[in-house]
Design a protein around this ligand. Structure first.
Ligand SMILES: [Zn+2]
Length: 309
């Protein structure tokens, strides 16, 4: 009989649930923190979600920055990657500088970076890695760039060599972009097979293609961001055999949430993941521990003994 690991019904139940599981805290590889001015523009976009996505998207954790950080700590997140991304040229370098600084001065955050196909991208990424960036975001849909752009070739090489994970939003969900599609990103992996790539949203809606890439490349991971929650299941449902498909990839799945820009509770994402662990007794508690803590901690290079680890 599969183990019943339970699930937190609300955010206030997350900490006791983690304690029952014996987990020291969550490591979330996919959250968003931005300079306030940029964040308010992102929220304004979500306010118009009806026209962009054809569905409402009320941002659940729409608070000022200190409150957003406190809520994250309160739900038991020990470490998180605050990801930034540009929508045009000329933004990625200063966003990266902001994200490196934010990660250094903020409890629980790690320094991060982002990229865009433009002259100098390999240089500012290398500088960010030297300055301690532990995670990079590449947003193919919002940035509307081709990840195969020759201007990015050296940048992918820098990240491969440094083994710094890059969270890549290259799937068609929630919107198809000019260069989205896992087949497109597969060409980057073919050229840079050692890249530590985390497929954001598990490749949504191309879950099968994401699983295949993870099977083919040992350094490809899937993040759980928005995967399997009610909001997403209505538009991009998981294949029915999803939990069993994860069995051979149990150490290649990492917690991600899109906090704070989600239209449901943090607990709901955790409940979805717990549901997969419950559904196949080859997953269970060990899988949950790997996804929520061990694997993202390893990817972010966190050492035992760091606070919360
Ligand atoms: Zn995101």
């Amino acid at each position: 009989m599969p183990e019943n690991l339970g699930a937190p019904a609300g955010d206030e139940q997350i900490r006791p649930w983690l304690a029952d599981l014996g987990l020291p805290g969550l490591v979330d590889m996919h959250t968003h923190f931005l300079p306030e001015r940029v964040l308010h523009k992102v929220w304004a976009y979500f306010d118009e979600a009806g026209s962009h996505y054809g569905m409402e998207w009320p941002v659940r954790y729409r608070y000022d920055e200190p409150t957003r950080l406190r809520v994250l700590a309160d739900v038991g997140v020990a470490v998180f990657a605050p990801l930034v991304y540009p929508h045009k040229a000329g933004m990625a370098e200063w966003l990266t500088e902001w994200a490196v600084d934010f990660g250094r001065r903020t409890d629980g955050a790690v320094p991060t970076a982002t990229m865009y196909p433009e002259p100098g991208v390999a240089n500012y990424l290398a500088a960010a890695v030297r300055a301690g960036a532990r995670c990079v975001k590449a947003h193919v849909q919002v940035g509307e760039f081709d990840p195969r752009d020759p201007l990015l070739d050296e940048a992918w090489g820098v990240l491969s060599e440094a083994a710094v994970p890059v969270v890549v939003h290259c799937g068609h969900g929630p919107l198809r972009g000019r260069h989205t599609g896992l087949d497109v990103f597969a060409e980057v992996l073919a050229r840079h097979p050692n890249l530590v790539a985390v497929l954001a949203h598990a490749g949504m809606p191309e879950y099968d293609a994401a699983l295949e890439l993870a099977e083919r490349y040992p350094r490809v991971y899937l993040d759980t961001t928005m995967v399997g929650v009610g909001f997403t299941e209505r538009v991009a449902p998981l294949p029915p055999d999803w939990p069993s498909r994860l069995v051979p990839l149990a150490d290649r799945v990492v917690l991600g949430t899109d906090y704070p820009n989600i239209p449901y509770s943090y607990a709901e994402q955790l409940a979805a993941i717990s549901g997969w662990a419950d559904a196949d007794d080859r997953l269970g508690r060990e899988f949950l521990r790997a996804v929520l803590h061990d694997t993202p901690a390893r990817l972010l290079g966190l050492e035992d003994g760091e606070p919360g680890i």
